[in-house]
Ligand binder design. Structure first.
Ligand SMILES: Nc1ncnc2c1ncn2[C@@H]1O[C@H](COP(=O)(O)OP(=O)(O)OP(=O)(O)O)[C@@H](O)[C@H]1O
Ligand code: SF4
Ligand SMILES: [Mg+2]
Length: 341
């Protein structure tokens, strides 16, 4: 009898990653054994309310945490390489900007107003052009940029290279940054709320562009957002975070249509479109300086029971298809006693 082929390893996996930031008020455990996976060709939405640790997780993946941050436990693998074992020089040279492209939240802050976009983007090419690129010259970088500008629909690409950031609209600047993220041929794009600084129409155009580029360049995308509407439009998978812990993950269909964690269920039920206001869930998000023990949602959870305050945080895979995993005591003991809601 032939055995089923093992599932391919995800392109990016983060397992049980904790981040502690040393602040004047004491250590803040802003990520508590968070886990995340992005497979080839997947667009994974990372959702959770403000302060839950989304940007911290992104910074950890990119290797740009502040100097007062530590990672006392966890593992991060990208294309089979252990990101935590790479030193800063190797991360900067071989991973960030080359294999992983980043699209920031606010295009106005990401570009230097003193230099033309061509000068700034060709500097990225100078540092990160892949060693196996047929031609690593400045002229080759310029030609690639002009192609990419055309691809992200920046009018008059050759002239655009000679313009300064303030000579572009907000939406056009975000297109410039998308081209910058694609410049060195990455396999994964990480985007931290890249449309929140834009008006609604421009947001829609950028989301459509990203979906198209992900498909055409066969990219994986990790997309941070507050907005379930965006997840529903763009993503194939979703991971929900609460107070530094990952609480539920799976395909978009599994998580949005049938959320199993009490927190994500409440979010989806209260705020089908936007999750900026969580008034529907009594209580407030705890500070990472003094978080609740065990499941950090337990002081607010309508399903809380003895054991939740001591339960070590971990995602448990649920049986069945499509893939779906839950970080909740109710997933620990399936069957009549621990029946899931
Ligand atoms: N450099 C820092 N020093 C101290 N605390 C920090 C620092 N960076 C982040 N934090 C804290 O870590 C927690 C997570 O912050 P983070 O920026 O990752 O959240 P987020 O989910 O990205 O929020 P938002 O949706 O508002 O962008 C917050 O409580 C924040 O105050
Ligand atoms: S572990 Fe307990 S408190 Fe946490 S979500 Fe599950 S039932 Fe609620
Ligand atoms: Mg953030």
């Amino acid at each position: 009898m032939s055995m089923p082929a093992p599932a391919p390893a995800p392109m990016l996996s983060v397992d049980d990653l904790s981040v502690v930031i040393d602040t004047p008020e004491g250590p803040a455990r802003v990520l508590d054994r968070a886990s995340l996976a992005v497979g080839a060709g997947e667009i994974v939405g990372l959702v959770g309310e403000s302060g839950c640790g989304k940007s911290t997780l992104v910074k950890a993946i990119l290797g740009v945490l502040p100097p007062n941050a530590r990672m006392p436990e966890g593992r991060m693998l990208f294309e089979g390489r252990d990101l935590l074992a790479l030193d800063e020089a190797a991360l900067a040279r071989e991973v960030r900007g080359r294999r992983i492209g980043f699209i920031p939240q606010d295009p106005a802050l990401a570009l230097n107003p003193m230099f033309t976009v061509g000068t700034q983007l060709l500097e990225i090419w100078r540092w990160h052009a892949p060693e196996n690129a047929p031609d690593r010259s400045r002229a080759a970088g310029r030609a690639r940029l002009i192609d990419l500008f055309r691809r992200v629909q920046i009018p008059d690409p050759e002239q655009a290279l000679a313009r300064y950031p303030h000579q572009f609209s907000g939406g056009q600047r975000q297109r410039v940054l998308i081209a910058a993220a694609l410049l060195c041929g990455p396999r994964l794009i990480v985007a931290d709320e890249p449309t929140t600084a834009l008006d609604v129409t421009t947001q829609q155009q950028i989301l459509s562009l990203l979906a198209e580029l992900a498909r055409d360049f066969a990219l994986s995308v990790l997309f941070v957002t507050h907005d379930f509407g965006v997840v529903s439009q763009l993503c194939s998978h979703v991971t929900v975070m609460y107070a530094g812990q990952t609480v539920e993950t799976g395909t978009k269909r599994a998580v949005l249509a049938a959320p199993r964690h009490p927190y994500s269920a409440a979010l989806v039920a209260c705020h089908p479109d936007r999750m900026a206001d969580l008034a529907g869930i009594p209580g407030s998000v705890p500070s990472p300086l003094a978080p609740p023990s065990g499941c950090r949602f337990h002081p607010r959870c309508p399903e809380a029971r003895p054991g939740c305050a001591a339960r070590p945080t971990r995602l448990v895979a649920l049986a069945g298809d499509p893939p779906h995993a839950l970080n909740c005591i109710m997933a620990d003991a399936p069957g009549p006693a621990g029946a899931l809601p």
